[in-house]
Design a protein around this ligand. Structure first.
Ligand code: AVJ
Length: 322
């Protein structure tokens, strides 16, 4: 493989690891953080006091659930509630419970890259809200948007919470929003979370907790390569490093090699050389303001219907239509 032989990868994960670690600067995609261990670490992150995003969005949904119910279930018409990147549904349950209690007619279609997360969510919801109609769908955002296209004639509402959009650079975010627009009808709605620009220290603390949970989450991508591809990364030889640029609103996560080292990945027949202090870029977590969200919406051909925010305006949920 190193000599331009024709190579076949057994998964997109393998292919992206190969490409990301053989180019300069090195990078790996944050979508690969999430296996069983990564899902659990992300739940731990959401429970950390420093990770304000989850609490803010939870408060927004709790505070505005009645208005949101009227918006989604307009004229009592039944709708399908899709959720991209549903995870453990902690925040969504606020809405689901409220909708069920108020006899709003809808079904819930959570989508996630992690089958494990979906299985846990379905189990939890079957116990906690047995009246709920639920259909899970596993896949990446782009794959599953196609599935959203046909929803047996019901109105569609797409939830995309947690500022998950922030993992995309602006051009990709526009592309993604365009795809969403193309999968909905004029009556449908998109409800999305966008973490807002704020004191840069607050943001750095959220992605660099002292307890090391975010560090373990970031390094889980190396742990996965070790497990799934026979890699021999020594996690202690990497530093978790977070930067935030208050001008662009981009937070970036890196793994920085603490020393010159060679790592091999058996199933890719690959040896990777890292210089001392060489970086592997792993994630972006974009922060927004109204002007940028407005611009993204315009680029994608979407209109902002309304927005909701928390008391401190740390976080916003915007509602879009086409
Ligand atoms: C789930 C992508 C929204 O970027 O804030 C949390 C993931 N990374 N801590 C984020 C994450 C580090 C999170 N998203």
């Amino acid at each position: 493989m190193q000599n331009n032989e024709i190579s076949t990868f057994t998964s997109v994960f393998e292919q992206e690891v190969y490409e990301g670690l053989t180019t300069h600067p090195k990078h790996l995609s944050s979508k690969y953080f999430y296996d069983e261990i990564g899902d659990k670490l992300f739940q731990d992150i959401m429970a950390m006091p420093e990770y304000y995003l989850t609490d803010c969005e939870f408060d927004i949904l709790e505070e505005h659930k009645e208005t949101i119910a009227k918006l989604f279930g307009k004229n009592g018409e039944p709708f399908s509630l899709f959720e991209l990147g549903a995870g453990d549904g902690k925040k969504t349950k606020v809405l689901l419970r409220h909708f069920i209690q108020n006899n709003i007619s809808f079904d819930y279609r959570p989508i996630d890259i992690s089958q494990n997360a979906l299985d846990q969510l379905e189990d939890a919801l079957n116990h906690e809200i047995p009246e709920l109609q639920i259909n899970t769908l596993q896949g990446t955002y782009f794959e599953t948007l196609r599935a959203i296209g046909d929803s047996n004639g019901r109105r569609k509402v797409i939830l995309f919470l947690g500022s998950n959009i922030g993992n995309l650079l602006h051009p990709q975010a526009v592309e993604f929003l365009k795809n969403m627009k193309d999968s909905i009808n004029p009556d449908d709605l998109i409800f999305m979370g966008f973490d807002q620009k704020k004191n840069p220290q607050t943001i750095l603390d959220a992605y660099n907790d002292k307890t090391g949970i975010t560090e373990a989450f970031n390094k889980n991508i190396l742990a996965r390569i070790n497990k799934e591809m026979g890699g021999n990364f020594i996690l202690d030889k990497f530093l978790h490093w977070e930067v935030y640029d208050p001008e662009t609103g981009t937070a970036k996560s890196y793994l920085v090699s603490k020393e010159k080292q060679t790592v091999s990945i058996e199933s890719l027949a690959l040896k990777i050389r890292l210089n001392a202090w060489e970086t592997i870029h792993t994630e972006i977590s974009q922060k927004y303001d109204d002007a940028v969200v407005q611009w993204l919406a315009e680029q994608a051909g979407l209109k902002i219907v309304t927005e909701f925010t928390d008391a401190a305006q740390q976080y916003k949920n915007y509602v879009f239509k086409k």
